[in-house]
Design a protein around this ligand. Structure first.
Ligand SMILES: NC(=O)c1ccc[n+]([C@@H]2O[C@H](COP(=O)([O-])OP(=O)(O)OC[C@H]3O[C@@H](n4cnc5c(N)ncnc54)[C@H](O)[C@@H]3O)[C@@H](O)[C@H]2O)c1
Ligand SMILES: O=P(O)(O)OC[C@H](O)CO
Length: 333
């Protein structure tokens, strides 16, 4: 039986803890708010993020990271992408020398333009063989209701990917393994930006042709960037690529898509942030993703338009025009 620490008691951290427990793992969560940890450990619930769900009694939680990390074979990281580096610096001395890390996060670090597994490798000074990523069409609320889904466990080391996949294989949760960490991780981060664009389109009252066009050309952008960074094209046709893109862009449960809908209806970024306390990673990562694209000479017009709107540099009324007025090109270019 794996002993797993889940660092972060938000929607996905808590849901993934349920998956791990249902798969037979023993789970201790860390959360920064003691009252949330008390609710998880004492009443087997997380009313802030998953109200009404009874958590397995094998899931416990503690606000002391030393308690959560003590003896953990697997350390799951589920905090906002932009706080990860600071959090890891505190946790580093508490993580065992052979523990495997698993990033659940779908963002790119501002400033450094690093993927989450890169930040983890750098701060914890661990090799790629201990550094795994889980990403796929995984809307937390559906999985918390034990609705069937598949996902991808990515690690350059097959044994590590298998170890993590075994720890999270539940009757309703089927992990596939993949060695393409770059492709799997980038897919998860960039689809959030595309979901913001689809949400804006929805909020502006446009229809399914517009959304399908954004989703399809969005996949082309994700693939171009990924391949330029060394990913394998096939990954983008898989669960972490097209699968997650479709789930996120289609679902009202997606925080990124919902954020975009509010923007499309005319709210400002600050106004949307004020009415939600959930992590919409695309908002903070879109500039970093565009930075990566520019660094590698990759054309990403949708990410560029979304960044412009999010930064208040491009009026929403110009979003469609900025995409449609570009020079004609081959679909396959
Ligand atoms: N929710 C989903 O359906 C889902 C699915 C797959 C991946 N993800 C990804 O998982 C990651 C976490 O998402 P989530 O849904 O759990 O977010 P969330 O907003 O539900 O929860 C975030 C958690 O991080 C904590 N937190 C906030 N600021 C912090 C800080 N400075 N230091 C430490 N902890 C802090 C919050 O208290 C909360 O427990 C994101 O990168 C997201 O893209 C989410
Ligand atoms: O709610 P979102 O937009 O963060 O998306 C959640 C997951 O990433 C879907 O796989």
């Amino acid at each position: 039986m794996s002993r797993v620490a889940v660092m972060g008691t938000g929607s996905w951290g808590t849901t993934f803890a349920v998956v791990l427990a249902d798969a037979g793992s023993k789970v201790t969560m860390w959360g920064r708010r003691p009252q949330v940890c008390e609710a998880i450990a004492g009443r087997h619930e997380n009313p802030d993020y998953l109200p009404g769900l009874e958590l397995p009694h094998t899931v416990t939680a503690d606000p002391d990271p030393a308690v959560a990390l003590d003896g953990a074979d697997i350390v799951v990281l589920a905090v906002p992408a932009q706080t990860l580096r600071t959090n890891l610096a505190v946790w580093k001395p508490l993580i065992g020398p052979s523990a495997v890390t698993v990033s659940l996060m779908k963002g790119v670090e501002k400033g450094t333009l690093k993927r989450m597994s890169e930040v983890i490798g750098e701060v914890l000074e661990i090799g790629p063989e201990r550094n795994a990523v889980v990403s796929g069409p995984n809307l937390a609320a559906e999985i918390a209701a034990r609705q069937p889904t598949a996902t991808v466990v990515a690690c350059t080391d097959h044994d590590t990917a298998e170890q993590v996949a075994a720890a999270c294989s539940a009757p309703y949760f089927r992990p596939y393994t993949n060695h393409d960490v770059i492709g799997v991780e980038l897919s998860g981060a960039v689809k959030n930006v595309i979901a913001l664009a689809v949400g804006m389109v929805e909020g502006m009252g446009l229809g399914d042709n517009s959304k399908a066009s954004i989703i399809t050309r969005g996949l082309a952008e994700i693939t171009r960037l990924g391949v330029a960074l060394g990913a394998e094209p096939a990954t983008f046709a898989g669960l972490a690529g097209m699968g997650d893109l479709v789930a996120t862009c289609a679902s009202p449960l997606s925080r990124n898509r919902t954020f975009g809908v509010h923007l499309g209806q005319g709210m400002t970024v600050d106004e949307v942030v004020a009415i939600t306390n959930r992590t919409a990673e695309g908002v903070k990562s879109t500039g970093a993703i565009l930075g990566l694209a520019r660094e590698h000479g990759v054309d990403m017009p949708i990410a560029e338009a979304v960044t412009g709107v999010v930064n208040g540099e491009v009026p929403l009324s110009e979003l469609a025009g900025s995409l449609l007025s570009r020079a004609r090109k081959s679909e396959l270019a």
